[in-house]
Design a protein around this ligand. Structure first.
Ligand code: NAD
Ligand code: TYD
Length: 351
């Protein structure tokens, strides 16, 4: 892999992946990061990495659905491997307005697969980054394995499921060398503050209400973002082509427990709220999400056994690092939350 195309590298997981590749892995090649810079993409997340990487890093402001522009990227940069993160990723947004999810997640993946297929002589790998949400919702017991039948419930998860099927089909039909990973919920630095963990951290720091959907007993299986990325890199290097790997941290938590832990960490690490108010008093139960999946839990035995992968963080250590990061990166946070950031993107990269 000399010229690795990373899509969505300005988003939460993609930017952490590129940071990991350059700063911690044995990767020796060049990264070409293609990102549309939607509300969720922020080139500032990588400014320091880009400077240090020099000619080994190229950024292209582009849309993966634009086959002409993407063909140019494949050929100008001699792309020989792809790690595909770009997607619309927030379930609540997909419920309100599914359009971009269908377009980017399904059509965009198809465009990339087709371009890779047309260049099969030099493409070594197409790695597709996906989610455990394609499997639907679990009851009180059991785990998602690689054999679990797909049963996506939201427009987001349905669009990701469709893209997984396309990737698999391009391997089965055309012999494209692919790997697929289905990971549980991530948290960590540079996550757009609309997802549960960064939203609750920031509201808790600022003394705002902490919205918990429904009864707060829905279960998610949390993994620190760097651990997701070490798994993706292992799979890309040593995973069997045509295979799917589940990634998870064996860390099931009820939402209300996660919110409680964040309250306690913020209480410990941030200045106290005025009037002696405690963060836990800010917890506010709100209307449930339509079609809200009850429980996700990943069985990642295949990844552990075949590739010897293990997460480095426990939820306690990862969450502490994440709260600390939010306290130390107020500028990044205020920029992504303000219109100023969107205007900056437009000034640098056009609308
Ligand atoms: P994110 O929303 O933070 O980032 C997505 C990135 O993709 C942004 O930089 C955005 O600008 C870019 N993008 C969107 N549409 C594009 C397009 N048409 N062309 C080019 N770039 C485009 O998402 P994330 O949380 O970093 O998720 C990355 C991937 O990992 C997604 O495929 C998601 O389904 C998957 N995933 C996420 C989680 C999670 O917990 N966040 C868990 C498992 C899998
Ligand atoms: P989210 O971070 O949106 O991830 P996903 O829906 O992909 O799992 O939500 C995680 C869980 O937290 C999910 O059960 C919905 C819940 N949630 C809240 O209770 N309050 C919130 O404000 C948000 C954004 C999510």
């Amino acid at each position: 892999m000399k010229n690795l195309l990373v899509t969505g590298g300005c988003g939460f997981i993609g930017s952490n992946f590129i940071r990991f590749l350059f700063e911690e892995s044995d990767f020796k090649g060049r990264v070409i990061n293609v990102d549309k810079l939607t509300y969720a993409g922020n080139p500032e997340s990588l400014a320091d990495v880009a400077e240090r990487a020099g000619a080994r890093y190229a950024f292209v402001h582009g849309d993966i659905c634009d086959s002409v522009a993407m063909a140019r990227v494949f050929d100008e940069y001699g792309v020989d491997a792809i790690c595909h993160f770009a997607a619309e990723s927030h379930v609540d947004r997909s419920i309100v307005k599914p359009d971009d999810f269908i377009e980017t997640n399904i059509h965009g993946t198809y465009v990339l697969l087709q371009l890779a297929r047309e260049r099969m002589d030099r493409i070594k790998l197409f790695h597709h980054v996906s989610t455990d949400e394609v499997f639907g919702s679990l009851g009180e017991t059991g785990f998602f394995t690689e054999e679990t039948a797909y049963q996506p419930n939201s427009p987001y998860s349905a669009s990701k499921a469709a893209s997984d099927h396309l990737v698999r089909a391009y391997h089965h039909t055309y012999g494209l060398p692919v790997t697929i990973s289905n990971c549980s919920n991530n948290y960590g630095p540079y996550q757009f503050p609309e997802k549960l963990i960064p939203l609750i951290i920031l509201n808790a720091i600022e003394g705002k209400p902490l919205p918990v959907y429904g009864d707060g007993l829905n279960v998610r299986d949390w993994l620190f973002v760097r651990d997701h990325n070490t798994a993706v890199w292992e799979i890309m290097q040593r995973g069997r082509r045509g295979q799917t790997y589940n990634i998870g941290g064996r860390n099931e938590m009820k939402n209300i427990e996660v919110v409680g832990m964040i309250c306690d960490l913020v209480e410990e690490l941030a200045p106290p709220l005025p009037g002696g108010k405690k963060r836990r008093e800010l917890i506010t139960f709100v209307k449930d999400r339509p079609g809200h999946d009850r429980r996700y839990a990943i069985d990642c035995a295949k990844l552990e056994k075949e590739l010897g992968w293990k997460p480095a963080e426990s939820f306690a250590t990862g969450l502490r690092k994440t709260v600390q990061w939010h306290l130390e990166n107020a500028t990044w946070i205020s920029r992504v939350r303000s219109g100023e950031y969107q205007r900056w993107i437009e000034a640098h990269y056009g609308k």
